[in-house]
Write a protein that binds this ligand. Structure first.
Ligand SMILES: [Cu+2]
Length: 217
């Protein structure tokens, strides 16, 4: 009888200790969640608008460059361009400076990847892609516009837009775009279109739940 009481007492003590530890853990978790979550009204804005429609099948790119550098980590996921059907797909990608851009040969055809910095006119590399499944990686080291050509198939053409900003998107064919979570503040809006006269930059303010931007041209 005595031994049974002692055992049950020991169990009760252990149970109480476990419950106390669980409570401490739950409180710690609640506190850490409270710190990690953005404060209500921290100023995330949805930026929407319309810029120039696609030219020659290449859609516009919209970039919002913050006045002070954003502390958003660069994605470890590469930006990808496939060579398939004798074309580069997609024809326009945006990559952060420091983010890997991957070229894939997706078919049993000899292609190459000839990359030109359009700001300087310099060829960065010209790599043969003779085998299906071949991958070539490139990491932009500065913001800029890069043309991608295949010298075997002159109709093959693509563009890589490199930016330091994490706030960018490729617009739809009709020029409409949305950037869902942009912190409020001052930005340089940069719109790229393959037709140079449709590219422009201007200062914009992002504020409130929604900011609407139109190309103004
Ligand atoms: Cu080719």
């Amino acid at each position: 009888m005595n031994s049974m009481i002692r055992v049950s007492h020991a169990r009760d003590t252990r149970w109480a200790r476990h419950t106390a530890l669980a409570l401490v853990g739950m409180i710690a978790l609640a506190l850490s969640l409270g710190v990690a979550q953005p404060a209500i009204g921290s100023g995330e804005t949805e930026v929407v608008g319309t810029v120039s429609a696609a030219s020659r099948g290449f859609p516009s790119v919209v970039i919002l460059e913050p006045a002070s550098p954003a502390r958003v980590p660069i994605s470890s996921e590469p930006a990808k361009i496939n060579q398939v059907g004798k074309s580069f797909t997609p024809g326009v990608v945006v990559a952060r400076v420091g983010q890997v851009v991957e070229f894939h040969n997706g078919e049993s055809l000899l292609h190459n990847v000839h990359m030109i910095n359009l700001d300087s006119g310099d060829t960065l590399f010209n790599i043969a892609m003779p085998v299906v499944g071949m991958v070539h990686r490139f990491t932009p080291e500065e913001p800029g516009v890069y043309a991608v050509l295949c010298d075997v198939h002159p109709e093959m053409e693509a563009y890589v837009i490199a930016t330091n900003s994490p706030y960018y998107t490729v617009a739809a064919e009709d020029g409409s775009f949305e950037l869902p979570e942009v912190p409020s503040g001052s930005y340089t809006l940069r719109v790229w279109n393959v037709k140079e006269s449709r590219s422009f930059a201007r200062e914009v303010q992002v504020a409130g739940p929604t900011t609407e931007i139109s190309s103004g041209r």
